[in-house]
Design a protein around this ligand. Structure first.
Ligand code: ADP
Ligand code: GLC
Length: 487
């Protein structure tokens, strides 16, 4: 029996900005069992308070540098038996806007204080300092927002083990030295072995330097982040700690993402009734204002419109795509220049491309079920979830060979087709030319329905459920517990 405190800055269905929300809303459920008890802890943002249902206050305490009393609220992660704890400090978390940024998309000016306070409160709970008579065996910390937790715990006697999971090295939580001192945390942490990074205060470095075990969300990304191209200056530290670093691919919550029982889609289907997928396609074409046509290949795109996702590689190929008669549906939001380019393309080619800027959970399901192909040209992708969803929906993924995309999609080379193991299309270079060559291959194969169906069906049969990954996390926790004992 082990007890796990799972700390995160977002979790479905309470609050989500990207894949971390999906993972934190489903991995704790997969881990929670008669043998392992999981408590999920996150800040009490306004939407989380609204979505959480019944909550009761179980502790009220002071945290140095907090602008108000802090309360610990307890409930259940909706739809599950996982215990939910929310760290409530209204001046910091109960405000309109997102978890990391205000309504205009600018990072909250006080993020160091907001997540610093969260980390301090979690480490107090982990050390049983609130009188709850409860102590976890492991604290599982996710991304930079939780990076100070292992650092605060590292020097404590009789502490729980710590695991730090990197979901994206591109987001590091970098602040100033003044913000470090304002947080009133032990000054010894300001060192090369702690949170100091080239004169800045780095939350992520706190986790990377001090956690008992490190993980990231795919085996390939675990290798990539040890190189200058993907390590953002922290590759040396990651290489140094590589004996403590593992890659565990994200799983899928098939209760939410499976065309057999997806309540959002027009017509359910399985690999045996894949012909019904076309009803979802025509509904999507109609909804997005595109001509309804069964034979025109339809490419879906969903994602945050940021450099990472490589949408510019795709935009560079728009003219060729239009000339071959394909349709493209796009859902996303992010950097204004990307949004603008997509909007211009949709205005120029209204018969072929339709774009929705914004965040729409339901439309994301319609795109997964109604598209023939799903494009992820990411420059880097720690794990990626949409290619995993696409496989299950028979929506053949076209991906760049990087991170979790490389670990989950098998290219439709002739050899792999013959062996009946192909599940999608993989291009090797993050260039418009490499993407174009692969788009051409995909569209040519789409015109051979028998071969195409084989690829769809092989993809639909893949199992990326959490079961396997949850087992790997439990083994990781055991290793962390061993290291903590010997530290
Ligand atoms: P990342 O975490 O880097 O954004 P992932 O592929 O891991 O990438 O996860 C993204 C998640 O967010 C998926 O569940 C995807 O469907 C969802 N998503 C991204 N953008 C949107 C959007 N505009 N509307 C609805 N869902 C979105
Ligand atoms: C990050 C990554 C994405 C990953 C997600 C959840 O946001 O960009 O690849 O799937 O975290 O781990």
């Amino acid at each position: 029996m082990s007890t796990i405190l799972f700390a995160t800055s977002e979790a479905l269905p309470l609050i989500k900005t990207g894949g971390l929300g999906d993972v934190s809303g489903s991995l704790p459920i997969a881990l929670n069992s008669s043998k392992h008890n999981v408590c999920l802890i996150l800040p009490a943002y306004s939407p989380a308070l609204r979505e959480a249902g019944d909550l009761k206050e179980i502790a009220r305490f002071e945290v140095p540098s907090a602008p108000a009393h802090v309360r610990l609220l307890e409930g259940k992660l909706p739809g599950s038996s996982v215990t939910l704890w929310l760290i409530d400090c209204p001046p910091l978390f109960d405000r309109p806007g997102g978890p990391y940024a205000d309504q205009d998309g600018a990072d909250w000016y006080d993020n160091a204080l907001r997540f610093g306070l969260f980390c301090k409160a979690v480490s107090m709970i982990a050390m049983d300092q609130l009188g709850l008579s409860w102590k976890p065996d492991v604290v599982h910390c996710n991304d930079w927002q939780c990076g100070l937790i292992p650092a605060l715990l590292a020097s404590q006697e009789n502490r729980p083990a710590t695991v730090f999971t990197i979901h994206n090295m591109a987001y590091q939580g970098l602040f100033s030295q003044k913000e470090f001192y304002d947080l009133q945390i032990p000054h010894e942490l300001w060192s090369m072995d702690g949170v100091e990074f080239h004169g800045h205060f780095s939350f992520i470095k706190g986790g990377l330097a001090t956690a008992d075990m490190l993980s990231t969300v795919s085996p390939t990304y675990a290798k990539e982040i040890r190189t200058p191209q993907f390590g953002y200056g922290l590759e040396g530290l990651l290489e140094y700690r590589s004996d403590r670093l593992v890659g565990i691919l994200n799983g899928v919550d098939y209760t939410l993402w499976d065309p057999e029982n997806d309540p959002y889609i027009v017509k359910s289907y399985t690999s045996k009734t894949v012909r019904f997928k076309s009803l979802n396609k025509s509904a999507l074409q109609e909804y997005m204002g595109l001509p309804v046509s069964e034979k025109t290949p339809l490419i879906g795109i969903i994602g945050r419109m940021v450099e990472q996702k490589g949408f510019d590689l795709f935009l560079d190929n728009i003219e060729w795509l239009i000339s071959t008669e394909v349709q493209i549906v796009v859902l996303g939001s992010g950097e204004p220049h990307f949004e603008e380019k997509f909007k211009i393309a949709a205005t120029q080619y209204p018969q072929n491309i339709s774009v929705q800027i914004g965040y729409h959970e339901t439309l994301a399901h319609h795109i997964e079920s109604g598209s023939d192909m799903f494009l992820m040209p990411s420059r880097f992708e720690p794990s990626g979830l949409n290619q995993l969803y696409s496989l299950r929906y028979g929506t053949v993924p076209i991906v760049h060979h990087t991170g979790g995309l490389a670990d989950s999609v098998i290219d439709a080379s002739e050899e792999n087709q013959k062996a009946k193991i192909a599940t999608g299309f993989v291009f090797n270079e993050a260039t418009p030319e490499s993407l174009l060559a692969t788009l051409k291959r995909a569209i040519a194969l789409y015109k051979q329905p028998k071969l195409w169906k084989q690829i769809m069906k092989t993809g639909m049969k893949q199992d990326f459920s959490w079961k396997k990954s949850a087992k790997q996390y439990l083994a990781l926790y055991q290793r962390a517990i061993e290291h903590a004992k010997n530290s």
